[in-house]
Write a protein of this length. Structure first.
Length: 182
């Protein structure tokens, strides 16, 4: 937990900077018809990369017994499993090698949407808390991440814009509330 709080703080600062002043991808939250997840359009770089690297590791181990996990790739050659939830998750991968690869995630809120994208790429979303996440693509043949991008659950932003726009002078899609004359 010592590492996760600085990570969340950094992600919140980064996302508020990215989304401030109408910087949301697409329309701002006052124009949304419902809450949505949004991506900042920024990859995991700099301090975010250091924190990601501190909390996410890849290791290899000899295969013992069954050389297959429950989630088969589209070509039925590779497989993976996700074990654990909070605070630690392990994604184990068999890719027809003499070892299994394991992605170890520490101090996470969970992992969701783990699925095959094609015969060799697995997508999964790492939740760092209730709002912040990192979407990833993992190449099982090369045992490396080929894509990492941060995002956030826009539920709170949507609620805050819906509740405050009329009171603070209006927003792009919500007009200012008419105050009654005294």
């Amino acid at each position: 937990m010592k590492i996760i709080f600085p990570l969340i703080s950094l992600l919140l600062v980064s996302s508020s900077t990215t989304f401030a002043d109408g910087g949301y991808p697409g329309l701002p939250p006052d124009c949304w018809t419902e809450s949505r997840n949004v991506h900042g359009g920024y990859a995991v770089e700099g301090q975010l990369k250091e924190l990601f690297d501190a909390l996410v590791s890849i290791e290899k181990s000899a295969i013992e017994g069954n050389s297959s996990f429950e989630n088969l790739s589209p070509n039925n050659a590779y497989s993976f499993s996700v074990v654990g939830s909070r605070p630690d998750v392990r994604i184990s991968i068999f890719a027809e090698k003499d070892h299994a690869a394991h992605i170890n995630l520490k101090e996470v809120f969970g992992v969701s949407d783990a699925k095959w994208v094609n015969e060799k790429l697995i997508f999964f979303r790492i939740w760092w808390g209730r709002l912040m996440f990192t979407d990833t693509l993992f190449d099982v043949e090369n045992e490396t991440f080929i894509y990492k991008e941060n995002g956030m659950d826009g539920f709170m932003a949507y609620q805050q814009f819906q509740a405050s726009c009329r009171k603070v002078g209006g927003c792009r899609c919500i007009e200012k509330e008419d105050s009654p004359e005294k």
